[in-house]
Design a protein around this ligand. Structure first.
Ligand SMILES: Nc1ncnc2c1ncn2[C@@H]1O[C@H](COP(=O)(O)OP(=O)(O)O)[C@@H](O)[C@H]1O
Ligand SMILES: [Mg+2]
Length: 315
């Protein structure tokens, strides 16, 4: 039996998802016979941890603070082991621009892109560089904030006229945004869980849109608009290649415990491109990682047990 603090909620835009992930983790920990208490992460986080002195923290936070290394840095400072990736991997994965540079430098295929801070537009006249960027990336162009998840702030620009408003939308989520080449094709997610210190890939989940035309991807995550298929039915060799790429990304970013890597399978040439890695993917009933575990015959309780075990082995 371990005394576990479940960290959930927080101030991020993904607070609601985190509360659901956290509640589900609490139920599993209880069934596994652990002693637990939950913390809705806020101004008293450090104080609560100092008073309650958990042996381990289960970080069920998504987005800002929980996934960008902030909470992990505090837990490191307090000497409390925790589930999932450490500070450096969280920082790299939470920032799509950092992650994409690491992937490009590391020879992992990721869609071509350009990224800018707000100041480039405000102080350096970056807008005048847009035609050159548009020519290189070609339309449609995907515009997204460097941070965030759940497709928040991601827009599709079909023509040059769409770009400025897409940039404004993305800048409302982050001070850094990227313009990325659009990859027409299939949307795949490879989940990874460490078992006995070895990262293992789970069956691939494909997100199949029920409606063809999407102007922005926020709507894609609304219930009923996407069907998730696991294991994805893929041409020969694709699942193996996608899984191998996901493991490379996991190692490249320095992830531990578990993660989910999102990819696109190009419908024309069958090439794979890595979009991003998520260090704390959702753990709700409809989330992809638990679905993938289920397809591998790993129950939710077993999954939580593996995550806890990996954390204890790290600490
Ligand atoms: N370059 C791209 N080409 C095609 N589709 C994309 C591209 N970038 C994002 N998308 C779509 O938007 C979804 C969310 O993008 P992603 O980069 O994974 O951000 P997040 O999941 O953090 O919101 C993807 O799963 C995919 O459906
Ligand atoms: Mg994603």
């Amino acid at each position: 039996m371990t005394r576990v603090a479940v960290l959930k909620g927080g101030r991020s835009l993904e607070r609601q998802v985190s509360l659901k992930s956290g509640a589900r983790v609490e139920d599993a920990l209880e069934r596994l016979g652990h002693e637990l208490f939950a913390i809705d992460v806020g101004g008293d986080l450090v104080e609560r941890l100092q008073i309650e002195r958990p042996e381990l923290a289960f970080v069920a936070l998504h987005g800002r603070d929980g996934e960008d290394g902030t909470v992990q840095e505090l837990l490191d400072a307090m000497g409390i082991p925790y589930t999932g990736s450490g500070v450096s991997a969280c920082i790299r994965a939470a920032d799509k621009v950092l992650a994409k540079h690491a992937m490009r430098d590391g020879g992992i295929p990721t869609p071509d892109f350009f990224a800018f801070n707000e100041t480039a537009f405000k102080e350096l006249g970056a807008a005048r560089a847009l035609p050159a960027i548009e020519q290189r990336l070609r339309f449609p162009i995907v515009v997204k904030p460097a941070g965030q998840g759940s497709a928040l702030g991601i827009k599709f620009a079909r023509t040059a006229a769409d770009v400025p408003s897409a940039l404004v939308a993305a800048f409302s989520y982050d001070r850094k945004v990227l313009l990325e080449r659009h990859i027409p094709g299939r949307d795949l997610a490879v989940s990874i869980v460490e078992q006995a210190r070895l990262p293992m890939t789970l069956p691939i989940v494909e997100a199949v849109p029920n409606e063809e035309d999407f102007y922005d991807f926020e709507s894609r995550y609304e219930i009923g608009r996407t069907t998730f298929v696991c294991p994805a039915q893929l041409p020969e060799g694709v699942a193996e290649r996608a899984s191998a790429l996901a493991l490379e990304v996991f190692a490249l970013l320095g992830c531990s415990g578990f993660a989910r890597v999102d990819l696109m399978l190009d419908s024309e040439k069958g090439e794979l491109f890595v979009l991003e890695a998520d260090t704390i993917p959702g753990l709700t009933e409809t989330s992809l990682l638990p679905q993938a575990a289920d397809a591998a015959g790993i129950s939710f309780d077993e999954l939580v047990g593996l995550m806890l075990h990996a954390a204890a082995a790290q600490g």
